[in-house]
Design a protein around this ligand. Structure first.
Ligand code: KG4
Ligand code: ZN
Length: 363
């Protein structure tokens, strides 16, 4: 098969991104990847404001596409197709991307490929390491939390997911409750290294129930109670209190993720993959304690643990270009009727369990 070159647009949350990827399924490389963040625009509001995000995407997508083509040193005419995130995500942002991609395709006479954002994350190990199907994927970020058994480029089984918050959200809220800087993940992790994880015993939600579903909102409430009890007792928090609270919280997240991953791995291994792989994606995968626990688990079952470079784990358009390339290579594409889908579960047999995520619907 000939190499394919795909341009992609991603605008489902608060990152405006464009990228060019070239190659074949399982053997592709990133020619360019541009991500324009919006943190400064949302900083005053304590979360992503959908309307502000959508406007920023609409204003910057064309600039982003131009930069991606320049970085790849290729003209638009060198593209074989244009891929775009068609959901799930914040509707205004997804619409901005889909409209922009349609315009490019109409103007340049290129095929249009709608991509599920979660498929982009889930197929990243094939872009970075050419991993063979089936593999196990754990998506853990500020907006996602699910275990996916990836059997093909459009064949996913969701083994479990969060029933409320995503873990990144829980880290961010914990940081906010303790007056630590955002994003909360890195600051809570740094505090935790100085703390005693046993001083506060936080709950391990859903461990008593079978299956791979997770819950993080109760943890946040437990932390709030522990903090308020300390303040009522002593009139405030000491440095050590803060560190111990972070250590206790992180230990609970690690325990829950490790146990649910152990169960997901057992389900995956039942498929007897020839070269078992567990891959992670999402900003929370940067957490060293979580990584260490997952590595221990995977090595215990002879499974390769794979963490793609962080820039490809967090939201980006290279993963969308690659997922589009897989679809296009399989003879799939869309027409101008492609619609933006704010909710779009990857596994149609297991409909989404929606939480109250700061980043919109968790599919
Ligand atoms: O994938 P990502 O960049 O964006 C989306 O959520 O879409 O993930 C960001 C999330 C934030 O909630 C951040 O606090 C969390 O990942 N995060 C971490 C760490 N680094 C980033 N959480 C725990 N430990 C970390 N070291
Ligand atoms: Zn994402």
């Amino acid at each position: 098969m000939q190499d394919l070159t795909v341009l992609a647009l991603e605008s489902s949350c608060d990152d405006t991104a464009a990228a060019v990827v070239r190659g074949r399924p399982g053997a592709a490389r990133v020619l360019s990847s541009i991500v324009l963040g919006q943190n400064d625009l949302h900083a005053d509001f304590g979360g992503v404001v959908p309307e502000i995000a959508a406007r920023a995407h609409a204003e910057r997508l064309d600039i982003c596409v131009k930069q991606a083509l320049t970085q790849a040193d290729l003209p638009l005419s060198a593209m074989d197709a244009v891929a775009v995130t068609a959901g799930p995500g914040l509707i205004g942002g997804v619409l901005s991307g889909v409209m922009c991609a349609k315009g490019i395709c109409a103007g340049a006479g290129l095929p249009l490929i709608g991509v599920n954002h979660l498929a982009g994350h889930a197929l990243t190990p094939r872009l970075t390491d050419g991993v063979a199907f089936p593999y196990l994927m754990l998506l853990v970020s500020g907006g996602h939390c699910q275990f996916l058994l990836v059997r093909g480029h459009d064949d996913f089984s969701r083994l479990g997911g969060t029933i409320d918050d995503a873990p990144g959200e829980a880290f961010d809220k914990t940081a906010r409750l303790l007056g630590l800087p955002q994003p909360g993940g890195p600051s809570v992790q740094a505090e935790a290294t100085k703390g005693d994880p046993k001083r506060f015993r936080f709950p391990r939600p859903l461990l008593d129930r079978p299956g791979c579903d997770l819950s993080f909102s109760g943890l946040k409430t437990a932390l709030l109670r522990a903090r308020d009890a300390l303040i009522a007792d002593q009139g405030g928090l000491t440095e050590q209190d803060r560190a111990d609270l972070c250590a206790g919280f992180q230990a609970a997240v690690v325990d829950v993720l490790a146990e649910k991953t152990r169960r997901a791995l057992a389900l995956y291994m039942a498929e007897t993959p020839a070269e078992p792989v567990i891959a992670v994606a999402g900003g929370v995968a940067a957490n060293t304690a979580i990584r260490a626990a997952l590595e221990t688990l995977s090595s215990g079952t002879g499974t390769r643990f794979l963490a793609p470079p962080l820039a490809l784990c967090t939201d980006n358009a290279a993963m969308i270009a690659y997922a589009g390339l897989e679809r296009f290579a399989a003879g799939q594409s869309d027409d101008m009727a492609l619609s933006a889908r704010p909710r779009w579960p990857l596994d149609q047999t297991r409909p989404a369990m929606l939480g109250s995520g700061k980043k919109g619907a968790k599919a």
